[in-house]
Ligand binder design. Structure first.
Ligand SMILES: NC(=O)c1ccc[n+]([C@@H]2O[C@H](COP(=O)([O-])OP(=O)(O)OC[C@H]3O[C@@H](n4cnc5c(N)ncnc54)[C@H](O)[C@@H]3O)[C@@H](O)[C@H]2O)c1
Ligand SMILES: [Zn+2]
Ligand SMILES: [Zn+2]
Length: 370
């Protein structure tokens, strides 16, 4: 089946739209027609070279659509079902899934390679095999994906909005609620208000944090965060540090959540300094894996019993949390509609990323033609 997709290739400086062929679903696979795809910073890392994928690669990992066909042995969904894709698959049987830690399912090992567990790709063009980012490739109008990557959602939900629970919303919310274990009365500092950080704000507010302090150089991001439950907003880490010392009577924050676009040593050090005894830093933002971005005093780590931890998919369970986020949305306790700043067509994908880089979007969403 033919499709159009935004791809990255060796040497490309931006996403390129190419016509590709998609395989029919094999055993355990489903063919999805994507309705929408969120524009997450992680796809930009593929273009900027922070993450080096196997080329060529169909980008996009935050997607929602309609199942058009299923391969043999698929029991989870049927043709016509509405689905949100999880950028981390859950096989249900690897060591991590079996012990309730499906955010680190072994199947995700192929995310940046983009090939399926059989070592083959599902997209083809110009005589070459194209991977799909996170074994998805949601910047394609259609894709064949593992049934482990999809979660069936209620038909009446608008997929252009529900798409956000494929990455940004559960990743940010879970960074606060699961990885950060934010408790009622906590002081939480969140660095970087994009699609991830804004949902960390929602999660921290939800969990009952007393002070939800955000740091972002952009005024638009700070004012938006305040409308999503942040209590204080600062343009830089030094101003936040001074304010947190004041508001906690010198004790420091309980949790610091790092959700900036490209993590560096400075922001991790600022987060480490802003937490007090027993405090936790969660690093959810990404950087080039070859760069060392955590440089802290081991003595302070020990003497203050501080923790620094990473988090993938908000350390949640995609199968449960994708549904949970949509339930909270329908209950009116989680904002989704307000997260979408702008919508784009597939051909406007580079404009969408220019807007992300310029700091204009909380989340941009690509809506595929029908
Ligand atoms: N761990 C995971 O599971 C996971 C999942 C999705 C995305 N990510 C990563 O999370 C990060 C954020 O993604 P996004 O889509 O929200 O990005 P984004 O570009 O939309 O937002 C990042 C924000 O950080 C701000 N910022 C940049 N440097 C800063 C600094 N030093 N201090 C304070 N604010 C700063 C920017 O102004 C921007 O508002 C990316 O690195 C992305 O790859 C991780
Ligand atoms: Zn993402
Ligand atoms: Zn697994």
């Amino acid at each position: 089946m033919r499709t159009r997709a935004a791809v990255v290739d060796e040497g490309t400086k931006e996403f390129e739209i190419r016509e590709l062929e998609v395989d029919e679903p094999r055993t355990g696979e489903v063919h999805v027609r994507f309705v929408a795809s969120g524009l997450c910073h992680s796809d930009l890392h593929l273009v900027d070279g922070d993450l080096k994928p196997r080329y060529p690669m169909v980008a996009g990992h935050e997607g929602a659509g309609i199942v058009e066909a299923v391969g043999p042995g698929v029991t989870k969904v049927a043709a016509g079902d509405h689905v949100v894709c999880s950028f981390v698959p859950s096989c249900g049987s690897c060591r991590y899934c079996a012990t309730g830690r499906s955010s680190v399912c072994d199947l995700a090992a192929n995310s940046v390679i983009g090939l399926f567990p059989d070592g083959r790709s599902r997209f083809h063009g110009d005589g070459r095999d194209y991977g799909g980012f996170c074994m998805l490739g949601t910047f394609s109008e259609r894709a064949t994906v593992l049934q482990h990557s999809v979660v069936k959602v209620d038909d009446w939900l608008p997929l252009e909005t529900a798409v956000l629970v494929g990455c940004g919303v559960p990743t940010g919310w879970g960074t606060a609620v699961y990885a950060g274990d934010v408790r009622a009365g906590d002081t939480v500092v969140i660095y970087g208000i994009g699609g991830i950080g804004i949902n960390a704000v929602q999660g921290a507010a939800h969990a009952g944090a007393k002070n939800v302090v955000v740091v972002d150089p952009l005024e638009f991001k700070r004012s938006t965060a305040l409308s999503f439950g942040a209590t204080h907003a600062y343009a830089d880490a030094a101003a936040a540090q001074a304010a947190v010392v004041e508001m906690t009577r010198g004790q420091g924050a309980d949790k610091a959540l790092v959700t900036v676009g490209i993590v560096d040593e400075d922001v991790v050090s600022a987060a480490f300094d802003v937490i007090g005894k027993g405090g936790v830093v969660v690093v959810t933002g990404l950087a080039n894996p070859a760069k060392l971005t955590v440089h802290v005093s081991g003595a302070v780590l020990t003497l203050f019993e501080k923790t620094i931890k990473g988090s993938l998919f908000g350390s949640g369970n995609p199968q449960r949390d994708i549904i949970k986020m949509l339930d909270l949305y329908q209950a009116g306790t989680l904002k989704l509609d307000e997260l979408v700043t702008s919508r784009y067509t597939l051909d406007q994908v580079n404009q969408g990323y220019a807007d992300l880089v310029a700091g204009k979007n909380i989340r941009g969403v690509l809506v595929h033609g029908q």
